[in-house]
Design a protein around this ligand. Structure first.
Ligand SMILES: NC(=O)c1ccc[n+]([C@@H]2O[C@H](COP(=O)([O-])OP(=O)(O)OC[C@H]3O[C@@H](n4cnc5c(N)ncnc54)[C@H](O)[C@@H]3O)[C@@H](O)[C@H]2O)c1
Ligand SMILES: CC(C)[C@H](C(=O)O)[C@@H](O)C(=O)O
Ligand SMILES: [Mg+2]
Length: 352
C-alpha cells in the first residue's frame, strides 16, 4: 500500500523523536512492502519563527490531504516564560485539533513486564494495568471564551460542552469498552460543575444502548487517587479535555516514563498520532529523550489509520525487546547504561 503522511516535528525534542519514528516506520514499510511519502510541515514555535503562525494554512492543507498525521511536540521556554506573548505555540496545537476535528484522544496506559520495578509504584498495585483514556479534545475549558476584565485584574476561562460533543465521545467509549472488558468509567466533577452534570446525564441516557457495559461514575479527584492506588481496576475511562490532560500525565508514572506514552487523536476524516509528552526543552539537542512514545504512536497509526495490525505489532515487538534488553534512554536506564535517542531509534529500526 501507499501512504502520504504529514510529518509535524515541532519544537524542542520533537524533531529528534520524530526522526526515530520515521526510521522505524520506514523499516516497517520496507519489511511489509508499503511505500510511505513523508510530507514535512511547520508547526509550533518553529512555525511562528518562520511565518508568524503556529499552525499555518499551508500546514493545514498538507494535513487535510494526508492519510494520517504524525506529530512530535510543540512548545518553547521563550513563550512559557512570557505569559503576555500574543501568539503561542500551543495555540497551533489547539487550532490544528479544532480544524482537523480531532475530538477523541485515545491515550492507552499499560505496563511493560521489564519495567514494572522502574515505576515508583509497588509491583502488586500496577501489575496487569491495561487501561485506555478517551480524552475529549476539541471542547471544554480549552476552547470556551477566555479573557480579562477589570483592567486585567480578573481573568476567566469558560468551560462549555454541548450534548452532541459528549455523545460522540461517549459513543467511542462504549464501543471501545465492548471490544475490551465491557467496563466504562465516566470521570467528571458532577458534584460541582454544570458541564459535568451534562456529561453524566448524557452518558446515563446512553447506557440502555449498551446493556452489556457496566458504567461507573466517579469524581475526577477520587480517580486521581485511585489511578495510582489500584490502576488495574480501570479499563476504559472517558473524560473531558482538561481532566484527561492531567490524569494521563499522572498515569505515565504507572508505565515508567512520560517518554513511553503514545496517543491517537481521532476525527471523522483524519487521525493524528502524537506522544502525550511535550517538547521537554531541557533535553533539546542532547540526544537523551526517549523516542518510544512517538515510535509507539506510529504503531497506533499503522493499526488505527491504516488497519494494519501486524505492522503495528512489529513495532510493539521491537519496543518490548529493546526494553527487556536494556536498549533504553536515560529515563529508563540503570546508571551509566543509557543509550542515545538516535541509537535507540537505530536499534528499533534494525530489529523490525
Ligand atoms: N503535545 C504537545 O506538544 C505538548 C504536550 C505537553 C507540553 N507541551 C509543551 O512542552 C513544553 C514543556 O512542557 P513540560 O515540561 O510541562 O512537559 P514535557 O512533557 O515536555 O516534560 C515534562 C517531563 O516529562 C519527562 N519527559 C517528557 N518527554 C520525555 C521523553 N520523550 N523522554 C523522557 N522523558 C520525557 C521529562 O522528565 C520532562 O521534564 C511547554 O512549552 C508545553 O506547553 C507540549
Ligand atoms: C500543550 C498543551 C496545549 C497540550 C494539552 O493540554 O492538550 C498538551 O499538554 C497535551 O497533552 O497534548
Ligand atoms: Mg498534556
Amino acid at each position: 500500500m501507499k501512504f502520504n503522511i504529514a510529518l509535524l516535528a515541532g519544537d524542542g525534542i520533537g524533531p529528534e523523536v520524530i526522526d526515530q519514528a520515521v526510521k522505524v516506520s520506514d523499516a516497517v514499510a520496507k519489511k511489509f512492502g508499503h511505500e510511505i511519502t513523508w510530507k514535512p510541515a511547520l508547526t509550533g514555535a518553529a512555525a511562528i519563527d518562520a511565518v508568524g503562525d503556529p499552525y499555518p494554512d499551508a500546514t493545514h492543507e498538507i494535513c487535510k490531504n494526508a492519510d494520517a498525521v504524525l506529530f512530535g511536540a510543540i512548545g518553547h521556554p521563550k513563550y512559557d516564560n512570557d505569559p503576555s506573548a500574543p501568539v503561542r505555540p500551543e495555540q497551533g496545537l489547539l487550532k490544528m485539533r479544532k480544524k482537523l476535528g480531532l475530538f477523541a484522544n485515545v491515550r492507552p496506559t499499560f505496563t511493560f513486564p521489564s519495567l514494572i520495578d522502574k515505576s515508583p509504584l509497588k509491583r502488586e498495585r500496577i501489575e496487569g494495568t491495561d487501561l485506555v483514556f478517551l480524552r475529549e479534545l476539541t471542547g471544554g475549558i480549552y476552547f470556551g471564551e477566555k479573557g480579562r476584565r477589570d483592567g486585567g485584574e480578573t481573568a476567566f476561562d469558560n468551560c462549555v460542552y454541548t450534548r452532541a460533543e459528549v455523545q460522540r465521545l461517549a459513543k467511542k467509549g462504549f464501543e471501545l469498552a465492548m471490544t475490551r472488558s465491557k467496563k466504562l468509567c465516566c470521570v467528571d466533577k458532577a458534584n460541582v460543575m454544570e458541564t459535568s452534570r451534562l456529561w453524566r446525564e448524557t452518558v446515563q441516557a446512553m447506557e440502555k444502548d449498551y446493556p452489556e457495559v457496566t458504567v461507573s461514575y466517579e469524581f475526577v479527584d477520587a480517580v486521581a487517587m485511585r489511578l495510582v492506588q489500584w490502576p488495574n481496576s480501570y479499563d476504559v475511562l472517558i473524560t473531558e479535555n482538561l481532566f484527561g490532560d492531567i490524569l494521563t500525565d499522572e498515569a505515565s508514572v504507572i508505565s515508567g516514563s512520560m517518554g513511553l506514552m503514545p496517543s491517537a487523536s481521532m476525527g471523522a476524516d483524519i487521525a493524528l498520532f502524537e506522544p502525550i509528552h511535550g517538547s521537554y526543552p531541557q533535553a533539546t539537542g542532547k540526544n537523551i529523550a526517549n523516542p518510544m512514545a512517538t515510535v509507539l504512536s506510529a504503531a497506533m497509526m499503522f493499526e488505527t489509520a491504516f488497519n494494519l495490525p501486524e505492522e503495528g505489532q512489529a513495532i510493539r515487538d521491537a519496543v518490548n525487546k529493546a526494553l527487556s534488553e536494556g536498549i533504553v534512554t536515560e529515563d529508563l536506564a540503570d546508571k551509566g547504561k543509557a543509550y542515545g535517542t538516535k541509537e535507540v531509534g537505530d536499534w528499533l529500526a534494525a530489529n523490525i
